[in-house]
Write a protein that binds this ligand. Structure first.
Ligand code: ADP
Ligand code: MG
Length: 277
């Protein structure tokens, strides 16, 4: 078999011939005899907001850790831009991880550093830029994300929850990633702050042309920001589709999940929706 044939057999291309930025094929993860990911098939669409939604304990964070190469699968493939990262060495993975920006749950800022140093951190860790260049890049990112320059000298504890998320995003964007991954960005936030974080996620996608992958258990927020929804139930993606397809699901488990969330489907028509279909 020629190299070309082998590549075709991998099936790294989606039906439309475009290689998805992120794809999982029959991804399985077991811890001892506990199967957490039971054969995940997932394809994320480029330049769009992909929301992976599921209840707590469904395996969302575990899946995310596989997507960025922090965990090795028991079996199956995890493809980033068509390359299977599962067999990669730590050295190769470090190169792949540069494609990702991570916004962690609760922003995960370093409390011992002020906002400026938190945002500068990736540049100091991964580049050899001088102080003047770092300063220029940090202040530019803060400005682009609507953070006034006075917050630069404050500590994370001195700013609001919404601002902390913005600082977390500024830090994630520092190395110009292609994909931004958010782990439950709105959990623990009040409804108003949730809305501003949703707007931030959509704004970052448009402004920086990135692919968004958002892990969530918040249905209302999902319907505001998602181009594609991937429903994770008991270690499998049981349905993927546009929000209006998901809301008309024929899958009982998905319907149960949506109904339990108590979200008004009218959100798909109203002004609440941040992205166009
Ligand atoms: N390192 C690990 N060892 C053993 N079990 C784990 C490990 N990481 C996650 N799990 C288990 O996997 C399941 C899913 O966890 P997680 O991915 O954190 O779910 P979610 O983010 O959807 O709430 C849980 O039952 C958790 O206990
Ligand atoms: Mg989690």
């Amino acid at each position: 078999m020629s190299q070309r044939d082998e590549q075709a057999d991998d099936g790294a291309e989606a039906d439309d011939g475009v290689v998805p930025p992120l794809r999982c094929v029959q991804l399985v993860k077991r811890y001892g005899d506990h199967t957490v990911l039971a054969g995940i098939d997932l394809s994320c669409s480029a330049g769009e907001t992909n929301v992976i939604i599921g209840g707590s304990g469904a395996g969302k964070t575990t899946l995310l850790r596989h997507l960025i190469g922090l965990e090795k699968p028991t079996s199956g493939r995890v493809e980033v831009d068509g390359d299977d990262i599962a067999p990669m060495s730590e050295f190769e993975l470090n190169r792949v991880r540069r494609k990702f920006g991570m916004v962690f749950q609760y922003a995960a800022l370093l409390d011992s550093l002020n906002v400026y140093e938190n945002v500068a951190f990736p540049l100091r860790e991964h580049t050899r830029k001088g102080e003047a260049e770092i300063r220029r890049l940090v202040l530019a990112k803060l400005d682009l994300l609507g953070l006034p320059s006075r917050v630069a000298s404050l500590s994370p504890a001195e700013i609001s929850g919404g601002m902390r998320k913005r600082v977390g995003l500024a830090r994630a964007l520092m190395l110009d990633p292609k994909i931004i991954v958010y782990d439950e960005p709105t959990s623990g936030l009040d409804p108003l702050t949730t809305r501003t974080v949703d707007e931030m996620i959509e704004q970052a996608r448009r402004q920086f042309g990135v692919t968004n992958v958002v892990i969530s258990h918040d249905m209302a927020s999902t319907f505001r920001i998602a181009h594609r929804v991937h429903v994770l139930i008991r270690g499998r993606i049981v349905e993927s589709g546009a929000p209006r397809e998901i809301i008309r699901t024929k899958n009982d488990a998905v319907r149960e999940f949506i109904e339990a969330a108590g979200v008004d489907p009218a959100i798909l028509e109203g002004e609440g929706r941040l992205v166009k279909d």
